[in-house]
Design a protein around this ligand. Structure first.
Ligand code: SF4
Length: 201
């Protein structure tokens, strides 16, 4: 049974409850994994993805699949530095399962997103990150209200007192990334992000 306190005083206590959350299943949504997130108190940067994929769901560790490898290559980080630098969470934290059409993963529904917002809001309140990196269209929309990838990649924003630098999703599913004309825009965003990470050290 999902347990949500009316308030949390520590990130570890929040994580303990989040790790066993079944709120979406209890609301009737099929999920393919238990919650996936990773981080510790004191981390100053937060990566905010869309939802875990099948690999992440199986391993219960964020960014383990090909998209994670691409993201680390973009950031010029090895695995150890990546997980040491970033608290990793997402808009919804359980693998949503395959799309009924059989093509790709099922996108999280608005009620699931709403149910999971609770964890993100408490996470930000307790972690108080200085840098937030929304990755992919859903994360940019939910965190910053942004909808056009060509307009937000390469720009920075302020949210909850943190610097936010959105990135396109590295999965390659987005046609935007495949257009060579957008490569310099992505390079600009990555330069900005690497500099922001450097300043945190
Ligand atoms: S997606 Fe979020 S709210 Fe839904 S069951 Fe998983 S952790 Fe809970």
């Amino acid at each position: 049974m999902t347990r949500r306190k009316s308030s949390y005083r520590s990130l570890v206590s929040l994580q303990r409850d989040n790790a066993v959350c079944r709120a979406c299943v209890e609301a009737g949504y099929p999920l393919g994994s238990l919650p996936v997130f990773e981080g510790r108190p004191g981390q100053r940067a937060l990566i905010y993805g869309q939802a875990p994929g099948v690999v992440e769901g199986e391993q219960r560790r964020p960014w383990r699949g090909r998209a994670g490898q691409t993201l680390r290559r973009w950031l010029e980080m090895d695995e150890e530095t990546f997980y040491d630098t970033f608290y990793c969470a997402s808009v919804t934290r359980c693998y949503p399962g395959r799309h009924l059409s059989g093509r790709g993963d099922r996108p999280p529904t608005p009620p699931e997103i709403e149910l999971c917002r609770f964890w993100h809001e408490w996470e930000v309140r307790l972690l108080r990150p200085e840098l937030i990196v929304p990755v992919g269209g859903l994360a940019a929309r939910k965190l910053l209200g942004l909808t056009r990838v060509s307009e937000y990649v390469g720009r920075s924003y302020e949210v909850d007192g943190a610097l936010a630098i959105p990135l396109p999703h590295p999965s390659g599913a987005s046609g935007w990334l495949n257009d060579p004309a957008n490569r310099s825009q992505l390079d600009g965003a990555l330069r900005q992000l690497r500099a922001a990470v450097y300043r945190l050290r």
